[in-house]
Design a binder for this molecule. Structure first.
Ligand SMILES: Cc1cc2nc3c(=O)[nH]c(=O)nc-3n(C[C@H](O)[C@H](O)[C@H](O)COP(=O)(O)OP(=O)(O)OC[C@H]3O[C@@H](n4cnc5c(N)ncnc54)[C@H](O)[C@@H]3O)c2cc1C
Length: 475
């Protein structure tokens, strides 16, 4: 009797409806920016960890790589299969159940295919906060957030996806299930497998469920836009705000004056907090307070007044209503769209020690003007986490195409500079395919070798999302 094909075996395992054939143009076969395109043997939709494990075992038997994809909002093309047509693309859209909410333990257990906004909503329905929050939350999944160790706007107070996770359920490259859904805040029983799988971008195992931490819902929220005469003032105000607000400071989003100008150009209807008055740097700050509005506002005003008196800040506008607060956040969230409307630019998701951010910005800006005169910086990001979105647009007297032709050289300059200032070339978006070949330049041989040894130990046949994260080895 002849052995069934992989496609037929997958259909027998999952049911015909849950196995799709490759079709040119399917959005799941391209990355978010439609720059990387893949071909596959099959697209599968398992409904349980057991089915995921069954798929992995079948794929291992047929030597077919498995690429797991969540909402496909990742920015590093990590969820896009290669063009060989050998891979099986696994979508976890049927694995979207909230399995358990434990309000005594302040934990929630959820399947990896659950959309992040739905995880937040489930926490809210239980009177709790799940604080992971990012622009793509309406379509990204918790599995993808964990795969990339996503950050977002709440890291300053609550940490990134790794710090929000207590336990995992993972399917290994051999098709076994690791039942690690522990809701423990203390567990020192050996190597931390959980932290290894988080951020491994589907290359070490497939996360099928997670137990995450919940927090009290804040009683009140205050938002303000603050203006600074210089970047060092913004950094100094960050310390001031941390001292004054303690754990209640939940956001500190930096924007340069160029960003606000771009927002005004691309969204003429948007109301800028300071109208025509301009300063070189701004921050959107937010306080999420355990007490009622009055006490939050009093604290907010006291900290801002003392910063004004000591000339750390030039001006501040405090949102007077939820609508005003939302409008301020809208400005920050519109930054991606404003850049897209203005034409493609070169994006750099980098992180630095906060104490070296000003030096980085000054030196890198000068180097850019020296080598690529006229380029325009749009710098914004999560200052409290040292995470800058250091984006560079074409000179006004040149074209996007001419600018993009310099991509490799310009990005190298930026990444070299971030590295020289003690920073990282990927703060929160991961490595995927896009930054894979850069790792060799910025990680030591020892570190890269350790990473390769971990990959070989957990995925000896290189079947899980091959060609991602680790630079390719020459045979
Ligand atoms: C508008 C916008 C705003 C964004 N803002 C932020 C931000 O503020 N902070 C931030 O950190 N990121 C941000 N991102 C990028 C971010 O990485 C993703 O939005 C999100 O975390 C990825 O989730 P996803 O479900 O779309 O994953 P995908 O794109 O589908 O996958 C991403 C990676 O994770 C792997 N993966 C997916 N599911 C699993 C799983 N179950 N097990 C193991 N690996 C898995 C994939 O193989 C791939 O390598 C933003 C993206 C967009 C489009």
């Amino acid at each position: 009797m002849t052995e069934p094909t992989l496609f037929a075996a997958l259909q027998a395992l999952l049911g015909e409806r849950h196995v799709q054939a490759d079709e040119v143009g399917l959005p799941v076969l391209s990355d978010k920016h439609r720059q990387y395109h893949g071909r596959v043997q099959a697209i599968v939709h398992p409904a349980s960890a057991e089915e995921v494990a069954g798929v992995v075992r079948l794929c291992a038997h047929h030597a077919a790589p498995v690429v797991v994809q969540g909402g496909n909002t990742g920015l590093m093309a990590g969820a896009t299969p290669d063009g060989s047509g050998r891979s099986v693309l696994m979508l976890l859209d049927r694995m979207n159940r909230i399995r358990d909410v434990d309000t005594d333990n302040d934990t929630l257990t959820v399947e990896a295919g659950c959309i992040l906004a739905n995880v937040q909503a489930a926490a809210r329905a239980a009177g709790r906060l799940f604080p992971l929050s990012l622009g793509a939350e309406g379509s990204c999944t918790l599995g993808g957030n964990l795969g990339t160790n996503a950050g977002g706007t709440g890291v300053l107070r609550y940490g990134n996806a790794r710090e929000l996770t207590l336990g995992l359920e993972v399917v290994t490259a051999e098709g076994e299930i690791w039942h690690g859904l522990r809701g423990l805040r203390k567990d020192n029983t050996g190597y931390d497998l959980r932290d290894l799988y988080i951020g491994s971008e589907g290359t070490l195992g497939i996360i099928t469920a997670a137990t995450v931490k919940l927090f009290p819902l804040p009683e009140s929220r205050c938002t303000a836009f603050v203006a600074f005469a210089s970047l060092p003032s913004a950094v100094a105000f960050l310390s001031h705000a941390r001292n004054g607000f303690g754990a209640s400071l939940t956001a500190f989003e930096l924007l340069s004056a160029q960003c606000l100008t771009l927002l005004q150009e691309q969204f003429p209807e948007a109301v800028l907090p300071f109208g025509e008055r301009s300063q070189p740097w701004y921050a959107l700050i937010e306080l999420s307070h355990p007490q009622a509005e009055d006490s939050a506002r009093a604290l907010f005003e006291a900290v801002l007044s003392s910063a004004l008196e000591s000339e750390l800040i030039e001006d501040a506008v405090i949102a007077q209503s939820l609508a005003q607060s939302d409008a301020m956040w809208q400005l920050r969230e519109n930054m991606s769209e404003a850049q897209a409307r203005a034409g493609r630019n070169m994006k750099h998701d980098i992180s630095l020690p906060v104490s070296r951010i000003n030096e980085f910005v000054e030196r890198t800006g000068a180097l850019l003007q020296q080598h690529f005169p006229g380029v325009r910086n749009f710098t914004f990001g999560h200052l409290g986490d040292g995470n800058l979105h250091y984006n560079v647009a074409h000179p006004l007297d040149s074209t996007v195409a001419a600018h993009m032709a310099n991509y490799a050289a310009l990005s190298r300059l930026v990444h070299d500079s971030a590295h020289a200032h003690g920073g990282s070339i990927s703060a929160e978006h991961g490595v995927g395919q896009r930054k894979r070949d850069l790792l060799g330049d910025y990680k030591s041989p020892v570190e890269l070798d350790l990473m390769r040894r971990i990959k070989r130990a957990l995925d000896p046949h290189n079947l899980l999302n091959p060609g991602k994260v680790l630079p390719l080895e020459t045979p």
